[in-house]
Design a protein around this ligand. Structure first.
Ligand code: DC
Length: 216
């Protein structure tokens, strides 16, 4: 039987990660953070000094890239060629670079295959920007989380960011613009996604809404 898939898309700070993790735990499914994969590409672009605007350089990097998401003692880790880079991909610089390189068609094509392969192995909750629109258009259930910009910036800032709140807000607004205006797989809700505005909801309330929608 084919694995079951729930997709959760939405902008930065909309609560996708916390909700997706909690949902996966409740269902006993795996959780896949696809943003971490784009962050992994950005990390390797920076580490290797790759000029991502040069198609040949970018292709060379992608052809040798070996990213892997693994769960260790309940925590999701990102490995690049076997090295744990989980703690190095959450900086403001890597966030912005991930948004920039994710607009490159070559990068999206490389990660598309990887994401679909993961989905053949286990029932999973996938979170990202284009899960319901491009990667898994036939997902069993699709959700799109939103929240107003100030709330999203405050959530990110509260996660222990070293940046002042106003900078976090500016960075998120810039990424929103990049991610939703790009040509390839822009951030948007699938036509058949359930849209949940999490601005005034707790995580438990959002998870409850999703469980209700999927009949659990
Ligand atoms: O979810 P995140 O903030 O970790 O994602 C980092 C960047 O990666 C985001 O700004 C856009 C890109 N991304 C994407 O283009 N498609 C996805 N499915 C997930 C993330």
């Amino acid at each position: 039987m084919a694995a079951k898939i729930i997709t959760i898309d939405g902008p930065a700070g909309s609560g996708k990660t916390t909700v997706s993790k909690a949902l996966a735990q409740r269902l006993g499914w795996i959780y896949v953070d696809t943003g971490a994969l784009y962050r992994g590409v950005a990390f390797e672009v920076k580490r290797t000094g790759t000029d991502y605007n040069d198609d040949i350089e970018l292709e060379t990097l992608l052809s040798t890239l070996s990213l892997e998401l693994v769960t260790v003692e309940g925590a999701l880790k990102l490995l690049s060629s076997g090295c744990d880079i989980t703690d190095r991909i959450r900086t403001p610089e890597i966030s912005m670079l991930a948004s920039t390189v994710s607009a490159k068609p070559r990068v999206r094509a490389a990660l598309l295959e990887m994401q679909r392969l993961i989905a053949t192995k286990s029932d999973a909750v996938f979170e990202g920007r284009d899960m319901g629109t491009v990667v898994f258009p036939k997902a069993d259930h699709k959700f799109f989380l939103s929240a107003d910009l100030v709330t999203r910036a405050m959530r990110r800032h509260g996660e222990g960011s070293d940046q002042p709140l106003c900078e976090v807000e500016k960075d998120i607004a810039k990424r929103d613009k990049n991610d939703s205006e790009r040509k390839q797989a822009p951030l948007k809700a699938a036509d058949d996604a359930v849209i949940i505005d999490s601005t005034d909801l707790t995580i438990e309330e959002v998870v409850g809404r999703i469980l209700h929608e999927i009949g659990q």
